[in-house]
Design a protein around this ligand. Structure first.
Ligand SMILES: NC(=O)c1ccc[n+]([C@@H]2O[C@H](COP(=O)([O-])OP(=O)(O)OC[C@H]3O[C@@H](n4cnc5c(N)ncnc54)[C@H](O)[C@@H]3O)[C@@H](O)[C@H]2O)c1
Ligand SMILES: O=P(O)(O)OC[C@H](O)CO
Length: 345
């Protein structure tokens, strides 16, 4: 069912035929836009043509007829009004570099990816700005489990951009009866929140596997919010963003649901699997593993107090026993544990 709005039908391209790219492409198609979903897999593209389904990533969900798969990047983007990028962060730069020569000047670019580029510590919208100079850029982030979106469960998200016009147009493009899009000009905060929450979902998944109680879950989620806000505000984010959908909203869903791949990575490690086994078991993107390493290093460089990131890093990358880390977290310097620091965190 489409929602009546004033945005004319647009040519929309989504890069990346995984679960989130497919879910967002389908919403745009339902809302009467002409959608191309660029993917690498011929088999998946044929699956969509033959069965109207992406059975590898969203099995059982019918895709709208106005969503067409494409295997040819040039064909997919050369007439696009909007390009949404939904490939994992490790592939983001190379895919965008490959796309840019074919991109029409009018195209607006929106990242759906929740990660940070290693070494440069750039967020995906910063990569878009660097590689596609002159194009308007935005980011979508929020509590958005792709399978629940596909399942038509009521969902809210955030479009962040410096451009008010882009925010409004994307709100219109994607809003419908079960999907509501809010606008936020704090692109850095929205995007950083989406990347950081994956780390804490791993922590929570691990704690659940180890039998944590509800007091513990509340403590972990709340202290995660304090920690991620402290980090992001130091790097330039607006603290208020962390009280919204892209902040606490996404943190809650990702720390609560087994549909979250990051939560499941933590859960499997808590059950005794190695990191390698857990990643293989998931078989899809879990951004938090790499984000953890980058945020750990950045927090050391900037001397930002992040006990949960420290603890998870010790478990995952330094083979420290979980019990030892838990003990360390409970006996750390109390003087550091001020509940509210400056800037509301
Ligand atoms: N799945 C969700 O619920 C969800 C929700 C919000 C945001 N995200 C974010 O969206 C991004 C993508 O996640 P996803 O869930 O769609 O991942 P996914 O693992 O389901 O799929 C990733 C897709 O990207 C493709 N891909 C990988 N490397 C590529 C490359 N070099 N070139 C072209 N295509 C490539 C894969 O073939 C696959 O189709 C991640 O950053 C994730 O954090 C996911
Ligand atoms: O499956 P995850 O852990 O990548 O989380 C999916 C979304 O980011 C939830 O908003």
């Amino acid at each position: 069912m489409s929602q009546s709005n004033s945005l004319a039908s647009c040519k929309v391209t989504v890069l990346g035929g995984g679960s989130f790219g497919t879910a967002i492409a389908n919403i745009a198609a339902i809302n009467n836009h002409q959608v191309k979903l660029w993917m690498r897999s011929e088999k998946q593209a044929q699956d969509i043509i033959d069965n109207r389904e992406n059975s590898r990533y969203l099995p059982g969900y019918q895709l709208h007829e106005q969503l067409q798969p494409s295997l040819d990047l040039k064909d997919a983007v050369s007439d696009a009004d909007y390009v949404y990028v939904a490939v994992p962060s490790k592939a983001f730069r190379s895919v965008v570099e490959e796309m840019v020569p074919f991109l029409p000047k009018k195209a607006r670019l929106i990242s759906l990816t929740k990660g940070i580029e290693p070494h440069s510590f750039k967020l995906m919208s910063q990569l878009l700005q660097e590689l596609a100079v002159g194009h308007e850029v935005g980011v979508i982030s929020g509590p958005n489990l792709a399978k629940e979106i596909a399942d038509d469960q009521i969902t809210a998200t955030v479009i962040a951009s410096y451009s008010q016009e882009l925010r409004r147009d994307v709100q219109e493009m994607l809003s419908f009866h079960s999907f509501r899009v809010y606008g936020n000009p704090d692109i850095y905060g929205v995007e950083m929140a989406g990347a950081l929450k994956n780390i804490y979902a791993i922590v929570t998944g691990m704690a659940v596997a180890l039998g944590m109680a509800e007091n513990t879950r509340a403590a972990i989620i709340t202290r995660s919010l304090a920690e991620m806000s402290r980090f992001a505000v130091r790097l330039g984010a607006n603290p208020m963003t962390f009280l919204g959908l892209a902040g606490v909203g996404d943190l809650i869903v990702t720390c609560s649901s087994k549909l979250s791949r990051n939560y499941r990575v933590g859960y499997y490690i808590g059950e005794g699997q190695t990191l390698k086994q857990a990643i293989k078991h998931i078989g899809e993107t879990a951004e938090g593993i790499n984000t953890l390493r980058m945020v750990y290093e950045k927090s050391k460089e900037l001397d930002i107090y992040m006990p949960l990131v420290n603890g998870l890093y010790k478990i995952i990358y330094q083979d420290c026993p979980v019990e030892q880390v838990a003990k360390m977290l409970m006996s750390g310097d109390l003087a550091q544990d001020v509940e509210f620091m400056s800037a509301g965190v």
